[in-house]
Design a protein around this ligand. Structure first.
Ligand code: MN
Length: 229
């Protein structure tokens, strides 16, 4: 077994409310178009046959409460407030009835998106990576355990940009429910501890500017805040 040539940074541990230990992040999956009103504002229709996904590197993770630089390579960086599922147990080919057994907890997250690069990729039928997977693009607040949070139902989700409420919806507005997403994703990946799933954003996405302050909230979870330098 060779030794390592050099050390690489570990993804940050996500704090967990009420626990001393942090949640180590392995992979980040993201659901596209999971709220009909957001799909419509982007000029798309919801695919009701199956959810679809993109991924972000674990090194794109950034904890709540930080000030981050305006992302490089874009002139149109958007916020997308999202409900994040933290996986804490193996899930492979699970059905919807026991999909929730794999859930460790939930958190507020923001899927930062270089919308101009995503749009150019869509136009050319290319992958979305440049638009979605970059440093600090996966913002996350502290995780609340399932035991503390309870069942996902009609909890409200929203985002305040520079004091103005710009996103507001209910978790029950999601096209694909948490059990449906886990069940479907687990047909393609062997999900396991450390995986995060960003479950899509409601309507009201928009651009950030240097100096922007974002405050995202979901009933029952620790809020997420970030400032753009
Ligand atoms: Mn998103």
């Amino acid at each position: 077994m060779p030794s390592s040539l050099f050390s690489i940074p570990s993804p940050p541990l996500v704090p967990v409310e009420g626990l001393a230990e942090g949640f180590p992040v392995r992979r980040i999956f993201c659901v596209g178009r999971n709220y009909a009103a957001h799909a419509a504002e982007m000029g798309n229709e919801v695919d009701r046959e199956a959810p679809f996904y993109f991924t972000k590197s674990a090194h794109a993770l950034c904890l709540s409460g930080q000030t981050i630089p305006y992302p490089v390579g874009t002139n149109d960086c958007h916020y997308e407030m999202e409900f994040v599922v933290a996986i804490g147990a193996d899930a492979k080919n699970v059905g919807t009835s026991n999909a929730l057994d794999a859930v460790f907890g939930y958190a507020c997250g923001i899927d930062l998106t270089r919308r101009d690069l995503q749009g150019a990729a869509k136009d050319k039928r290319r992958p979305w990576d440049l638009g979605k997977d970059f440093e600090n693009a996966a913002l996350i607040a502290a995780i609340t355990t399932v035991r503390e949070f309870g069942a996902v139902s009609r909890q409200r989700i929203g985002l305040v940009h520079d004091g103005a409420q710009v996103q507001s919806a209910a978790l029950s507005d999601m096209v694909w429910s948490v059990p449906e997403i886990i069940s479907h994703l687990s047909q393609f990946y062997h999900l396991g501890p450390g995986d995060l799933i960003y479950t899509g954003t409601p309507a009201g996405v928009g651009p950030v500017q240097p100096g922007s302050r974002l405050e995202g909230w979901i009933e029952g979870l620790a809020p997420i805040t970030v400032e753009i330098a």
